[in-house]
Each structure stands twice: as structure tokens, then as C-alpha cells.
Design a protein around this ligand. Structure first.
Ligand code: HEM
Length: 128
């Protein structure tokens, strides 16, 4: 049920915006302005696009109870330590995705969607 609600929000947001990457990163940098400088070498947005795709796959994997996607989230916490990120910083990417989709859906964002995403973010935060 939760998965269906989240998949519905992903689909509706996709209808409204074919490439949410600029919006997601704008939100991430609102939440943490200091993160923007980390992507200074990514002049064509390729790394940001690929990182976001990895995050979407991770979301789908968590919804699907995929162990391998949980490992990817866990290992990204470790690998991003090299950029000076704390484990919990990684969760902000998923928060930025949720916030972006909430904005895109506007009045179509339901209390059920809010609750389903809160549960998903908590589940991801618990993957260490
Ligand atoms: C606030 C959260 C995050 C920040 C600030 C961040 C930052 C970065 C930075 C600075 C890079 C390298 C950029 C470069 O080489 O120019 C990177 C690459 C990458 N990140 Fe993140 N990251 C975050 C969250 C995540 C999460 C949650 C995942 C996966 C679930 C992830 C997966 C990746 C992957 C796969 C790459 C390599 C992309 C490529 O080179 O194709 N990141 N990230």
C-alpha cells in the first residue's frame, strides 16, 4: 500500500516534470548551501544526474525490499565520507527528492502521500 502511494507520487511528478534533477538539487542546496561546492567539477550535471538516478533506484529497491539496493544506500554512506559527509547527511538527498515531489504535486499531495514518504525516509535513515 505504501509502495503504491509512493509510486503514484513518482508517476504524477514525472508527468509534471520530465527532468526533476535541477529542482532536486536546488532544494538540496537550499537545505545545505555548503553542498553546492562539492559539485563544482560536475560542469555538465552528469554526476548529479547519475547520482539522482542511483537514488531513485535505491527508493524503488527499498519499496521492493531489495537487499542489493539497501547495500547501495549503506555503502554510499561510507563512500561519501571521502567528501566530508556524515552518514546522516546522505538522508538529505532523499528529503530533497520528497520535498521536490511535494512541491510538484501541489494540491495533489495527500496526507497519505505525506505519511508514506515519512515512513520511507525513516526506513532509509535506518539503513546504516
Ligand atoms: C546530501 C547527500 C549527498 C551529497 C552531498 C553527495 C555528494 C556527491 C558528490 C560530491 C559526488 C561526486 C561528484 C564528483 O565527482 O564531481 C557524488 C557522487 C555520487 N553519489 Fe552522491 N551525494 C549524496 C547522496 C548520495 C546518495 C544518497 C547516493 C546513493 C544512494 C549517492 C550516490 C552517488 C553516486 C552513485 C555517485 C557517483 C556518480 C557518478 O560519478 O556517476 N549520493 N555524490
Amino acid at each position: 500500500m505504501t509502495a503504491a502511494i509512493i509510486l503514484d507520487t513518482l508517476e504524477r511528478a514525472g508527468d509534471k516534470c520530465a527532468d526533476p534533477a535541477p529542482l532536486v538539487y536546488r532544494r538540496l542546496f537550499e537545505l545545505r548551501p555548503d553542498f553546492e561546492a562539492l559539485f563544482v567539477m560536475d560542469s555538465d550535471g552528469g554526476v548529479r544526474g547519475s547520482m539522482l538516478a542511483t537514488c531513485f533506484n535505491a527508493i524503488l529497491g527499498v519499496l521492493d525490499d531489495s537487499p542489493s539496493q539497501r547495500v547501495i544506500i549503506s555503502s554510499s554512506r561510507f563512500s561519501h565520507g571521502g567528501y566530508g559527509l556524515a552518514d546522516a547527511d546522505l538522508d538529505l538527498m532523499f528529503t530533497a527528492i520528497r520535498d521536490t515531489f511535494r512541491d510538484l504535486l501541489g494540491p495533489d499531495w495527500t496526507p497519505e502521500a505525506e505519511a508514506a514518504w515519512a515512513g520511507l525516509l525513516a526506513e532509509i535513515a535506518a539503513i546504516t
